[in-house]
Design a protein around this ligand. Structure first.
Ligand SMILES: C[S@@+](CC[C@H](N)C(=O)[O-])C[C@H]1O[C@@H](n2cnc3c(N)ncnc32)[C@H](O)[C@@H]1O
Length: 336
């Protein structure tokens, strides 16, 4: 971990700032130490890599995933391209597509979570200049270590850490873009992960996630059944309802013959706010706003009928007639 970046991280549990204790540094890199936050959550740095894993006892599925990838690290070359080959797709084309959609430039600060052994990372790293930063997080320490050699030529801009992608150790609005490819369907808390990604990306920045999820209309085809039979992750349901309210221009695309999805959005500020104040030219009249917030206690059927007759005779919309009638009547009680 570069000394110059040691203050970037925050507690992945409570988002408070860290003290770095027992720091050992060679002047450029922090090799060992311990981050401790003001609420007492602590995370060690060993061999220059901080381990932000949370919860310390991972959910069963995450723990199983970590063990699986730790075991696979040395032989992953045998497996990595199979999902792409299943759909006659060139992995490099998909990785370039994702990198293009991140909309980054040479000075961007980018996060990849569940980055695996770094085999997709070169497609992003090569776009960054010496002032860019590329943070790679991964759950499996053995997998993460595999990316050191692969990304050696980018060591000046790459930062590594071990982490659960649903608990990110970065401040709000820190990144220009964040992405993940390939493991989302097995995350134990995909909903939380989406929110965390949106939290750490600046307004205007992109979040992209891609993984297995057979397009709903293909699940009952021969392809859908054959693929899900061997790999149940193809049955994964994309958690649309958990997309954060800050997401704008949300795009979903089924790639690789429909076997994988790419979810992309731009981070905005707060929930979207429309213009609800446009007068509606109809008998009812009013605006979306007045119809939602302008409700009073209900009146009797008889008074309602009277109001409709009077409105019709007045030639006004119901909104305008009611506004006038209530304003006039209220004056009697509110006039000084
Ligand atoms: C199929 S691999 C894909 C790796 C890489 N993203 C790529 O495109 O080659 C899935 C990766 O997600 C990681 N992963 C799974 N669950 C995770 C979690 N909860 N947090 C972070 N990484 C996770 C795995 O350890 C594994 O490296």
């Amino acid at each position: 971990m570069k000394s110059s970046l040691k203050s970037v991280y925050i507690c992945p549990v409570c988002c408070s700032s860290f003290d770095l204790k027992n720091e050992v540094t060679d002047g450029i890199e922090v090799t060992t130490g311990e981050y401790v936050c003001e609420n007492g959550h602590s995370f060690s740095i060993a061999d220059g890599i901080p381990d932000f894993t949370w919860p310390k006892d991972l959910a069963i599925t995450d723990e199983k995933t970590r063990q699986t990838y730790d075991k696979l690290a040395d032989e992953y070359d045998k497996y990595a391209d199979i999902p792409f080959m299943n759909f006659f797709t060139n992995p490099a084309d998909i990785r370039e597509k994702v990198a293009n959609q991140l909309n980054i430039n040479e000075n961007s600060v980018v996060l990849e979570i569940g980055a695996g052994d770094g085999r997709g990372a070169t497609h992003v790293a090569k776009r960054l200049g010496k002032n860019g930063h590329y943070f790679l997080q991964e759950l499996s320490p053995s997998f993460l270590k595999k990316s050191f050699e692969r990304l050696k030529e980018y060591s000046g801009i790459v930062e590594y850490s071990i982490a659960n992608a649903s608990y990110l150790s970065f401040p709000d609005n820190y990144f220009d873009a964040a992405f993940h490819f390939g493991g989302f369907s097995t995350f134990s808390e995909p909903d939380r992960c989406l929110k965390e990604m949106a939290r750490v990306v600046k307004p205007g920045g992109k979040v992209i996630i891609g993984d297995e999820s057979m397009a709903p209309w293909l699940r009952n085809t021969e392809m859908g059944r054959i693929m899900a039979n061997s790999n149940p992750n193809y049955n994964f349901e994309i958690p649309f309802a958990s997309i954060p309210v800050t997401a704008r221009d949300v795009k979903i695309e089924w790639i690789m013959l429909g076997g994988f999805f790419l979810l992309e959005f731009t981070v905005g500020e707060g929930e979207p706010v429309g213009n609800y104040h446009i007068p509606i030219p109809s008998e009812k009249g009013g605006t979306y706003w007045s119809r939602y917030y302008g409700k009073l206690e209900g009146v009797s059927d008889e008074v309602k009928k009277l109001a409709h007759i009077a409105r019709e005779k007045s030639g006004k919309s119901m909104h305008d007639w009611l506004e006038e009638a209530i304003r006039e009547s209220a004056k009697k009680y509110t006039a000084e």
